[in-house]
Design a protein around this ligand. Structure first.
Ligand SMILES: C[S@@+](CC[C@H](N)C(=O)[O-])C[C@H]1O[C@@H](n2cnc3c(N)ncnc32)[C@H](O)[C@@H]1O
Length: 254
């Protein structure tokens, strides 16, 4: 059992994670990605479809240093932080507002610490406590990131790159631009607290099978933003060749 300064008790769940989310810190009973989205993301990563994204993150220069302390904010089912924690020694902490996501992350990846918490509120991390914050396809709060990062710390932000999944979005009759501006917009939002120091990208074509296509639709906002007919038709496709495109920004404190 853990406790906070205000006297709230927090149990360590049998999977090994801690739920620090108090009822007034969430807008719904089960906030964040639901169980279907979490398990679709787990299967999609397990299928190898995002291996190049994993490599882009794990091979980032900051992770080549010895014994870094890392927070993955909006860690989802834990694939990226899990891969990092298994690749090298260090302190690895994953935070997500989705209890299901943290449950499955904690069950699989025992070398990291997993916490259910709202990453847009006060993070359960001491001031200047971390070398690295990772945030991939997740919401971000510049002020809190600034508080918990060490002065020389680095912030890694993963966003969809130009034309990411454009073929699937067309298939779903979904018009959301070509994502060319996402990285610039993310860097602008983190200023003036953070300054961009590096930008790495990946962009390649990949052919997905039917299960992968269905899981990709289930695990993204494409699922609830597209029409039922278009969605059902896309889920029946046996194969689809897609553009996979990500940009990983590295920022330091201003
Ligand atoms: C698109 S998923 C990305 C997950 C993971 N970073 C990855 O790349 O596989 C976004 C994640 O952000 C989480 N999330 C949404 N709002 C959040 C918040 N306020 N605090 C923490 N996590 C949040 C969701 O539950 C979900 O797991």
């Amino acid at each position: 059992m853990l406790g906070c300064d205000n006297g709230h008790p927090f149990n360590v769940a049998k999977e090994g994670y801690v739920n620090l989310l108090l009822s007034h810190q969430r807008k719904s009973k089960n906030p964040g990605d639901d169980a279907d989205m979490v398990m679709a993301r787990r299967r999609f990563f397990d299928s190898g479809a995002y291996d190049q994204l994993t490599a882009l993150v794990v091979q980032a220069p900051v992770f080549q240093r010895a014994d870094v302390s890392v927070l993955d904010c909006g860690c989802g089912e834990g694939h990226l932080l899990g891969a990092l924690s298994e690749a090298r020694p260090g302190f690895f902490c994953g935070v997500d507002i989705s209890k299901k996501a943290v449950q499955v992350a904690a069950k699989r990846h025992k070398k990291a610490t997993w916490i259910v918490a709202n990453g847009m509120r006060k993070l359960p991390i001491a001031d200047a406590g971390l070398d690295v914050i990772l945030s991939v396809l997740a919401p971000r709060a510049a002020e809190e990131f600034d508080r918990v990062l060490k002065p020389e710390g680095e912030l890694l932000i993963g966003v969809p790159g130009p034309n990411h999944l454009i073929e699937l979005r067309k298939q779903l009759q979904f018009t959301s631009g070509d994502f060319a501006e996402k990285a610039d917009a993310a860097a602008e939002k983190l200023a003036p607290a953070f300054i961009e120091i590096d930008r790495a990208s990946l962009c390649h074509e990949q052919t997905l099978n039917q299960e992968q296509i269905a899981d990709l639709i289930r695990m993204t906002p494409l699922f609830w933003r597209s029409g039922d007919e278009a969605k059902a038709a896309a889920m029946k496709l046996e194969r689809l060749t897609l553009t996979i495109s990500f940009t990983l920004l590295t920022l330091k404190k201003a």
